[in-house]
Design a binder for this molecule. Structure first.
Ligand SMILES: [Zn+2]
Length: 274
């Protein structure tokens, strides 16, 4: 706890003893930014590499010798190397995105506190407090970007080598390669959206703990195909300090499972019971 919001609120002798904060949700544009500023670079690199790969494929196909497969693989690898070079800037770009996320979240959290308690915590909060959890988010995304890259490479190399061994028409192989790039793009978009809701929930928890609040309410994502147990938890209250009983939080928290868009909102009670 960096500051005691409950004590600050109690000092005001509020008539309303328990307040529930509005949930803090980040705009979808931040997910689009993550895709556009980071993941799209890798996808673009592969997209741009298609003509070179295809030129090599056509050449190899016309003069099929024993080492042609190796030559086409060489072109695929050179595109991969180009994408890997991006890794240097990927981290810097991710850090920039994380800073944007932190600022957007902080503004909304300050507003949520103000609406619920009339207390302005803006002067207390600092971006530096979130540095450690955000660093973890950045590292995780570095790994995910690299996985998107490797997967695209594997699919493309596979299409090329299979094409050569079956002497497929270039048009057909080109179509498969474009399909591989599209699959990478779709996956990257899903990851960008999922990572944005995950970081949002991480910040919810961190900022809540910092304020000394242990109680929170599960907010279901409202997604089309929900996990039924998550849907059932919507509006249910938990206390991080509860070691047993119905207030004890579940082991897996909101937003942690793959593509779980669930989140939480803070609850402040002046009295110990809510
Ligand atoms: Zn969920």
């Amino acid at each position: 706890m960096r500051y005691n919001l409950r004590a600050m609120f109690a000092q005001r002798k509020p008539r309303k003893r328990t307040v529930t904060f509005d949930k803090v949700s980040l705009p979808q544009t931040l997910a689009s930014d993550l895709y556009a500023q980071v993941y799209a670079l890798v996808i673009r690199e592969w997209s741009a590499g298609i003509p070179a790969i295809m030129a090599e494929y056509e050449r190899s196909l016309s003069e099929l010798t024993t080492d042609t497969a190796a030559e086409v693989s060489g072109v695929v690898s050179s595109v991969e190397a180009g994408a890997a070079l991006l890794a240097v800037t990927v981290k810097i770009r991710l850090e920039r995105w994380a800073a944007q996320i932190e600022a957007a979240h902080r503004r909304r959290w300050v507003a949520a506190i103000k609406r619920a308690t009339s207390i302005d915590v803006a002067p207390i909060l600092s971006p530096a407090d979130m540095r450690v959890p955000l660093q973890t988010v950045v590292e995780r995304n570095v790994v995910l970007v690299s996985s998107v890259n490797t997967q695209a490479k594997d699919r493309i190399a596979d299409a090329v080598l299979r094409g050569l061994s079956e002497k497929k028409a270039p048009r057909e192989v080109a179509k498969e390669i474009r399909g591989a790039v599209e699959m990478g793009r779709a996956r990257a978009l899903r990851i960008a959206s999922d990572q944005t809701s995950k970081v949002s929930e991480t910040l919810n928890e961190e900022r809540r703990t910092e304020a000394g609040l242990s109680t929170w309410e599960w907010v279901h994502s409202g997604k089309k195909h929900p996990r039924e147990d998550h849907k059932a938890r919507n509006g249910k209250r938990y206390d991080d300090d509860a070691k047993s009983g119905s207030y004890k939080p579940p082991a897996v928290r909101p937003g942690q499972l793959p593509f779980c868009g669930c989140t939480s909102r803070a609850v402040l009670s002046v009295d110990s019971e809510f």
